[in-house]
Design a protein around this ligand. Structure first.
Ligand code: NOJ
Length: 562
């Protein structure tokens, strides 16, 4: 008892020897990146919407959990049709978020805390209120070709869109413009016209936007929806996928062979890599958002992405997946990481349901644990570190265009609002997110029991687990060791090994029953190992020794041994 208490104490204080985030060129290796959805993080002025000064006031939290960088979703001038992903000025801050001055203060404070600031770069489209688009409508040069304009197809004397392409937010991807007398392409909302990368002048403007932020101290970018960037210029109809059972307006009825993953996109990415490399000092990072197959995903490394987001936990693997499904997908992915490049594991983001909704409340820590033990970078979304849950929204409360456009009967399939509810800081008004009790999306009613302040005071909470996971990333075995993924009955194990040291072992029980096994024999691990951390509700105490020759793992429990 005494010995285990001493060990708990030692383990909670342990900080693995690290060469320090700035000592290697690629500072992001062996770290976690933290995504902030600015509307929902912290409101500093009581208008119910999060802002830059709010983020600045909470940077200590990020330093406390020891993530290496924060990526902030769009903060630029925007009519907010897609809550910031529709940009009307790529080089200024929207007043709802603050000013350029506020941004500089944020960067200065982040740097003083050892945090890198990354921005969202949204190159596929602008807002339809962007001055470029307004001039493009009027055919003012050179803006006339900054967007994808096409003449209508005339069928039986009536005007039709040029082809059958569909928007990711439902319905035709083409919108008629009466003034220009042409259709424009919008792969997202009608207020998000697609930019034309076959026009070199346009890309020069986008490169200048990157330089603008790099000069203001930004250390890299997350690039939005990169596979949609360039389209096949024959503008052919996309093939229909048979028997989807979905309405014709649904983008999942088409195989996107002409609008997604085109080779030219990778060449444009390379031009942005070159821009980032113009800047001396700390190496700049590119993270790319692409929901695509392994071949297209891995190709992003070659064209300058450091972190082509690995979204395998965003649907491909879900609460129906078996340990073998996890093993198969994780192995296939790791096999393809090019030499010298680094893997990554995205745990959550603002476009997906919360982890507890995707995998179950008992498994809320699982993905961060996998991201910590597996080689490479972990990417988490604000709130994941305290196990925030979906806040289900009624149709009346729904504001996300992906939900609204799907209509009252289908909005819950597409709406991303439930994962965007305000961050739960404490038990005060609006969970400490805002002084106003009217927030842009409702606060989850569980905030009095689920919040950061309470979790800080509760040993074994999601918060404490997450802090240990970030620390574990710097463990020599996790940094340098080999990786084996093994299935034992209903348990998935990840084993990291370095000769001459105790391995690091993660066990996840997929079963709804206890699993008892001789894990030591299956894993070729020491018979007795020490618990480093274990998931909330697992009943396993950190610091305790366990005999793995006959170890019992409760349903949905996860444990890391060192
Ligand atoms: C991906 C972003 O993550 C999402 O929030 C947005 O709606 C689309 N791209 C369009 O920009």
């Amino acid at each position: 008892m005494l010995l285990s208490s001493i060990l708990v104490c030692l383990l909670s204080q342990v900080s693995f020897a690290s060469a320090g985030p700035n000592s290697s060129e690629e500072w992001w290796r062996d770290s976690f990146v933290y995504q902030i959805y600015p509307r929902s993080f912290k409101d500093s002025n009581g208008d119910g919407v999060g802002d830059l000064n709010g983020i600045t006031s909470k940077l200590e939290h990020l330093a406390d959990i020891n993530v290496s960088a924060l990526w902030i979703s769009p903060i630029y001038v925007s009519p907010m049709v897609d809550f910031g992903y529709d940009i009307a000025n790529f080089t200024d801050i929207d007043p709802v978020f603050g000013t350029l001055d506020d941004f500089s203060k944020l960067v200065t404070k982040a740097k003083s805390l050892g945090l890198k600031v990354l921005l969202d770069f949204v190159p596929n489209h602008s807002s339809d209120k962007h001055p470029w688009f307004l001039k493009s409508i009027q055919r003012v040069k050179p803006y006339d070709e900054y967007y994808i304009w096409k003449d209508p197809k005339i069928v039986n004397g009536t005007r039709q869109p040029p082809n059958n392409w569909l928007s990711a937010f439902q319905g035709s991807a083409w919108e008629w413009n009466e003034q220009r007398k042409q259709y424009y392409l919008h792969q997202f909302a009608t207020g998000q016209p697609d930019l034309n990368y076959r026009n070199p002048a346009l890309n020069e403007e986008m490169k200048e936007a990157l330089r603008f932020w790099l000069r203001r101290g930004v250390e890299g970018f997350r690039i939005d929806t990169i596979p949609s960037l360039v389209e096949d210029d024959r503008f052919l109809d996309e093939p229909k996928i048979p028997n989807t059972g979905l309405p014709d307006t649904d983008p999942n009825t088409l195989s996107h062979i002409y609008t997604y993953n085109q080779h030219e996109t990778y060449e444009v990415l390379k031009t942005w890599r070159d821009v980032l490399d113009e800047f001396n000092g700390t190496k700049k990072i590119i993270l790319t958002e692409a929901y695509t197959n392994l071949t297209y995903l891995i190709k992003y490394y070659k064209y300058g992405s450091n972190i082509p987001f690995n979204f395998m936990f965003m649907g491909q693997l879900n609460n129906k997946s078996s340990p073998l499904d996890f093993k198969r997908d994780m192995d296939s992915y790791l096999n393809e990481i090019p030499p010298g490049e680094v893997a990554n594991w995205v745990v959550g983001n603002h476009d997906q349901q919360r982890i507890s909704w995707r995998f179950g409340v008992k498994r809320a820590d699982w993905l961060s644990m996998v991201a910590a033990v597996a080689p490479g970078v972990g990417v988490i979304y604000n709130g994941d570190e305290i196990g925030m849950e979906n806040r289900p929204m009624s149709w009346e409360e729904t504001v996300d265009p992906a939900g609204c456009n799907a209509g009252r009967d289908r909005y819950t399939i597409y709406s991303r609002d439930p994962a965007r509810s305000p961050f739960q800081w404490d038990s005060t008004t609006s969970a400490g997110f805002s002084t106003s009790n009217k927030t842009w999306l409702p606060v989850n009613s569980n905030y009095k029991t689920l919040n950061l302040e309470i979790q800080k005071k509760t040993p074994g909470s999601h918060y404490h687990i997450f802090k240990q996971l970030v620390d574990l990333k710097r463990h020599p075995v996790v940094k340098e060791g080999t990786t084996e993924i093994i299935v034992i009955h209903d348990v998935l194990a990840i084993v990291r090994r370095l000769p001459g040291t105790t391995p690091v072992v993660l066990l996840l029980n997929f079963s709804s029953n206890d699993v008892i096994a001789d894990f030591s024999a299956w894993l070729n691990s020491p018979r007795v190992m020490t618990v480093y951390t274990a998931s909330v509700g697992s009943g396993i105490q950190p610091g305790k020794f366990h005999n793995l020759t006959s170890f019992r793992l409760a349903p949905s429990a996860a444990v890391i041994f060192v």
